[in-house]
Design a protein around this ligand. Sequence first.
Ligand SMILES: [Ca+2]
Length: 187
Amino acid sequence: MDIRYAFFPGAAVLLAGAIVVGGGTCIPPTVSPIERAFAGCPQQASTLSVQVDGTGPMHYQWRRYPRTFPGVVPIPNSDSPTWTITSTFLSDAGQYDCIITGACGSITTPRYRLAVLTPDRASTGATPGSDGALTNDDFIVFISQFFEGDIRADIGSVGAEPLPDGQLDNNDFIVFIGLFFEFPACP
Ligand SMILES: [Ca+2]
């Protein structure tokens, strides 16, 4: 008697939930715009963000694609539509995405690019790594990054905009030269 009494209220709750979903009111997450690029300045905060529509609550998992090895690495404590690097270094340049899970599905964004707008890429002897000074060594390291297809050299897009576009071309050189001669300015 007691067991049967307890069972029916539970069944009623499940049925009510199914009606809401079947009624078309629950919308899977979508992101807009699809493609996004970001740029950060050295030792300043950089923020990546995603704009989502759909039925919440929404949960977010940002991920990073490491530059030096294959695979994708989840970023801890990143359950937010924005993810901020509190102090940005050249090593943060690269590709990121975000898995968004809503009430009725999940979506993974395309890879977003983050450029770090620093001309300080070398120390004495053209050794990679910043040293707070701007010299010929920084040109040498930037040029070698460029010709090696290193994602850290992708700092310019069409019109010499200081944003990464996945291409290594003249725009990256123009942005680098601008950063070099205006050091320490960063847009
Ligand atoms: Ca570029």
